[in-house]
Design a binder for this molecule. Structure first.
Ligand code: FNR
Length: 360
């Protein structure tokens, strides 16, 4: 059941600290290193205020949006978050049910605790599959075919996580992935044999980055994928322009929730320049630091078509399972609609940078 004292979506963050094991909480809440990029995401939202407008007729208002051919009742998506069994025994099945109940588009992670087929069976029609390119192209092709067969409408390829250094907070809490947290989708794909580093070679360049995707791999994926391909992890306007030209269906401006590079900029900070680079009509999503409907409104005003929610879904999942995630999403939608109404925006098309003003 929903615990007392949950009045806003962000209350789930406060309650998760109490309901989650300290190590697991630190792993989810943390980013990498000193968690500076995590803090930057939040600080970027705090720099803006929503500017109220008076007397506009809001009676025909709504938060509907069409995204990648899907008609959605609101622009809040569930970001791909790996290993959801860390938060709840029902794992992604619970988040999928919550997405279905609230009409939210779910982006299922390659590294989910349940298989993509199990998630599809529990979710509504709005579902995308987040892809990590596999060292063997045959395995990537198999994932693509499975996603298509299971009715996923798009592929979201994440390109910003080839190297992820741990958060000092998670290390200090002694977090290690428990044995029951396996990537269910990858069970059938034997890992390639480890290659010994030669003398003088780098643990980073020749080690961790050995299988990191390159532009060649992206062009290959765009040819090979039976589904439209979105790219997640874009922070540079030039990359955005090049990805748009390559034929990606849309982009997700993201610093991976601050989990890839500790001194990365906030995704919200990069959004206006990326919107300017790709033009007004190209689909652009944002994630990183969204903890309220007002945050979502700010991202929409600064040029995003929709936003994804990462950690909040895990906090709500840990606190109250599927019901908690559905409740959290409902709270976010109402907070967003209240911000729209206050700002005089009857539809998402009315949100512009003029709806915001510096907060101090
Ligand atoms: C993630 N994220 C992520 N992204 C992705 O593309 N594939 C993945 O498997 C994961 N796994 C994952 C695990 C955990 C514990 C977290 C917190 C995040 C990143 C996620 O999709 C998203 O970019 C951020 O979570 C957004 O920031 P907020 O909303 O958490 O602040």
């Amino acid at each position: 059941s929903i615990p007392p004292g949950v009045w806003n979506a962000i209350d789930y963050e406060r309650l998760a600290v109490q309901s989650m094991d300290a190590g697991r909480y630190a792993y989810v809440a943390g980013g990498c290193g000193w968690d500076r990029a995590v803090a930057a995401n939040r600080a970027a939202f705090a720099r803006w205020a929503v500017l109220p407008r008076l007397l506009r007729d809001m009676r025909s208002g709504h938060s509907r949006i069409t995204l990648g051919g899907l008609d959605l009742p609101h622009p809040l998506l569930l970001a791909p978050v790996a290993h959801q069994r860390l938060a709840h025994a029902d794992a992604e099945i619970a988040t999928a049910r919550a997405a279905a109940a609230t009409g939210s588009c779910l982006v299922a992670s390659t590294l989910s605790s349940c298989t993509l087929e199990e998630i599809a069976a529990a979710s509504g029609p709005a579902r995308w599959f987040q892809l990590y390119l596999q060292p063997e192209r045959a395995h990537t092709l198999d994932l693509l075919a499975r996603a298509q067969a299971a009715g996923y409408a798009a592929i979201v390829v994440t390109l910003d996580a080839s190297i992820q250094l741990a958060s000092r907070a998670a290390l200090a809490a002694g977090f290690v992935l428990p044995a029951d947290c396996v990537a269910a989708n990858l069970r059938g794909y034997p890992p390639s044999a480890p290659v010994a580093l030669q003398d003088g070679s780098s643990r980073i360049f020749q080690g961790a980055m050995r299988h990191a995707p390159t532009w060649d791999d992206l062009h290959w994926l765009l040819q090979a994928s039976p589904l439209p391909v979105w790219v997640k992890g874009v922070l540079h306007p030039d990359d955005a322009r090049q990805l748009q030209a390559a034929g990606c269906a849309g982009l997700i401006v993201s610093n991976h929730g601050g989990r890839s590079l500790d001194d990365a900029p906030a995704s919200l900070t990069q959004l206006p320049a990326i919107r300017a680079a790709v033009g007004a009509d190209y689909p652009l999503l944002l994630d990183g630091g969204v903890r309220s409907g007002q945050d979502a409104f700010k991202a929409l005003a600064l040029g995003a078509n929709a936003v994804l929610v990462g950690r909040l879904q895990i906090y709500a999942l840990a606190v109250a399972g599927a019901l908690g995630v559905a409740h959290m999403l409902q709270l976010l939608v109402e907070e967003l609609q209240a911000a729209m109404a206050q700002a005089g925006c009857a539809t998402l098309a009315d949100t512009t940078p003029n709806c915001l003003t510096p907060s101090c």
